[in-house]
Design a protein around this ligand. Structure first.
Ligand code: SF4
Length: 151
């Protein structure tokens, strides 16, 4: 399962496939990370500095965190893509096609001027989250998505 949680200029990534339940997140920030609650992550419950430090201690990479750098990511269902915007300007996208086999993620691209900001990861996670909510299989034919999914 892949989920994005956004607060102010921060995005938290959650990849349940990597979670080994060392529970460092729960002990580090119990108000934010609570496996008994849905959604289990609530970023409003503690200071960002403590949340950031806790996520950095996740031993498996199931949790990761990034600044948004003022870049907004939106999921556009009708266009079968997620898009990154700097103000009104489109600076990246992740495209997929709905097929009988599942959602084929076939293209992810970010303007090189915006490299190193984890925008591609946010774009792919936005599509993965929607596919999983619709219980669709994912076919990562784009090399970046394939790497992210470890396939
Ligand atoms: S610290 Fe990481 S691996 Fe451990 S329970 Fe939390 S998310 Fe899972």
């Amino acid at each position: 399962m892949h989920r994005l949680y956004v607060k102010e200029d921060i995005t938290v990534f959650w990849d349940s496939d990597r979670c080994r339940h060392a529970k460092r997140c729960v002990t580090g920030c119990p108000k934010v990370f609570d496996f008994a609650r849905r959604p289990w992550i609530d970023l409003s419950q503690d200071e960002m500095a403590r949340i950031w430090q806790t996520i950095e201690k996740c031993p498996t990479g199931a949790l990761s965190i990034t600044y948004n750098h003022g870049i907004r990511v939106a999921y556009l269902e009708k266009e079968q893509r997620s898009v990154a915007y700097d103000g009104e300007r489109e600076i990246g996208e992740c495209r997929y096609q709905v097929t009988d086999e599942g959602w084929n993620i076939y293209h992810t691209e970010v303007d090189p001027a915006y490299g190193g900001k984890q925008i591609a990861k946010r774009l792919v996670f936005a599509v993965l989250e929607q596919a999983e909510r619709k219980k669709a299989a994912v076919i990562p034919s784009c090399s970046y998505a394939a790497r992210l999914l470890g396939s």
